[in-house]
Design a protein around this ligand. Structure first.
Ligand code: IMP
Length: 423
């Protein structure tokens, strides 16, 4: 039985939480494979809005099992807050959520190191969510990290101490002004670890292998987006994990030949939070309208998101590196009311017209070349079937499908679960 993937194709915040929530009824297991609490997956149903950071978006469904895979980095403090926020829903969390022993732990000093590193970078800062993601993955690849499985050992606190002491020396090295009370942070951390230990830690690759063998349907839930991938994103303004399809294999221990459908999500326009190049970014009223109507504020940090037209060059690249088989277009409703819509179909790259994503897409090298399409005025939020779509929206969809050579199977017309149109 194949494992399907669900991936964001832009710079994150495409609406993965909502779509996983919509699709969960078709799956037995939802598994997160990379990233950590830098993610903010927003779900809306029955008039409730809920944001998940580390816990997979299948948690609200009765029959879905949720796995936090080995590729994820976990901050026990944030995890505990997430668990607390779920208490109001009376879910039997322990029977619905398991954690890989091989997932790495975010220590309080990882968060401090993130802050020190960003402060030291000054204007060149990444715009990190400051959740300690980069330093934790650095310790993972540097072979110094602490894993969930370490918490089952008697001497884990000694290992913790050695690593935290090293981090403190590194924070000093940055020589920046960061105030913190480590003893207080550690008390919170140790208390949260004890809570975390109430959940089951498992060998998730074995669990998923057996689940596949017994015919269970698995959905791997990505976090962030392809253009934030550590290898294929707009480096160095990226996150520290592989957000693209291959990350699901390493982040869950699923073999490449077991991957089934690759479901790619994109917004009908583009947003980015944090620093880094963004060729189609708008600084005018159109960008302001997208941000306001689309409520474009980071789910984790609350920062306003930068907004711009759809970048088809970047989107094609993401479809290509991920092997996307089905597309989902989110927030189509936000584009209602624009007289004309623009889609970037080529770049002017150092004076030449190109249609692929070059090594460097900084503004000094790249200017977008747009195709224009007629907009639509109709409010889409109450629509329930594709036959109701205005013809201009249908044209927009047809154009994208032709260019991307992948069908758009879902069009989302609002944040609620019910505002999802299947084609
Ligand atoms: P970090 O992963 O927190 O270090 O952040 C690195 C970059 O990725 C920054 O530009 C963040 O704004 C961005 N980023 C990280 N997580 C998300 C997300 O879930 N949505 C959108 N951007 C994100």
């Amino acid at each position: 039985m194949a494992v399907d993937l669900l991936l964001g194709l832009q710079w994150g915040d495409e609406g993965k939480g909502k779509i996983v929530d919509v699709l969960t009824k078709n799956y037995d297991i939802i598994a997160r494979f990379q990233g950590g609490p830098n993610a903010g997956h927003t779900l809306e149903f029955d008039g409730i809005k809920h944001v998940l950071h580390t816990i997979p978006s299948g948690i609200f469904h009765k029959n879905a099992m949720n796995v936090v895979g080995n590729g994820v980095v976990i901050d026990p403090v944030i995890f505990r807050k997430e668990l607390d926020a779920l208490k109001q829903f009376n879910l039997d969390i322990k029977s619905k959520l398991v954690i890989s022993r091989k997932a790495h732990l975010i220590l309080p000093t990882h968060r401090l190191l993130d802050a020190a590193s960003e402060t030291a970078k000054g204007k060149a800062k990444i715009g990190s969510t400051l959740k300690g993601i980069g330093p934790t993955y650095m310790d993972k690849t540097g072979r110094n990290g602490m894993r969930i499985g370490d918490l089952e050992l008697d001497d884990w606190k000694e290992k913790y101490r050695a690593l935290a002491d090293k981090h403190e020396a590194m924070i000093d090295y940055y020589n920046v002004d960061i105030e913190y009370d480590l003893a207080e942070l550690e008390n919170e951390f140790f208390a949260s670890v004890e809570e975390l230990k109430n959940l089951d830690f498992i060998d998730s690759e074995e669990y998923l292998y057996q689940a596949q063998k017994s015919g269970k349907k698995i959905l791997a839930e990505g976090a962030q987006g392809s253009l934030l991938d550590i290898d294929f994103g707009t480096y160095p303004f990226v996150t520290s994990s592989n957000t693209t399809a291959a990350g699901a294999c390493t982040g869950l221990g699923v073999a490449p030949n077991q991957i089934g459908e690759v479901l790619g999500i994109f917004k009908a326009y583009t947003t980015r939070v944090g620093s880094g190049p963004f060729p189609t970014e708008l600084f005018d009223d159109d960008g302001e309208t997208m941000g306001r109507v689309g409520n474009e504020f980071g789910a984790t940090t609350g920062r306003p998101r930068r907004c711009g037209w759809l970048d088809l060059i970047a989107l094609k690249y993401a479809v290509q590196v991920n092997g996307v088989t089905e597309l989902m277009m989110m927030k189509a409703d936000v584009l209602s009311g624009f007289e004309t819509l623009k889609i970037c179909t080529a770049y002017n790259y150092k004076g030449q017209k190109i249609t692929h994503l070059p090594y460097n897409i900084e503004a000094e090298n790249v200017t977008p070349i747009y195709s224009e399409m007629k907009g639509w005025k109709e409010d889409l939020t109450k629509m329930s079937k594709p036959e109701e779509f205005p013809s201009a929206l249908q044209d927009y969809i047809d154009f994208l499908e032709k260019e991307l050579e992948v069908p758009i199977k879902i069009v989302s017309v609002g944040p609620d679960r019910t505002q999802t149109i299947h084609r």
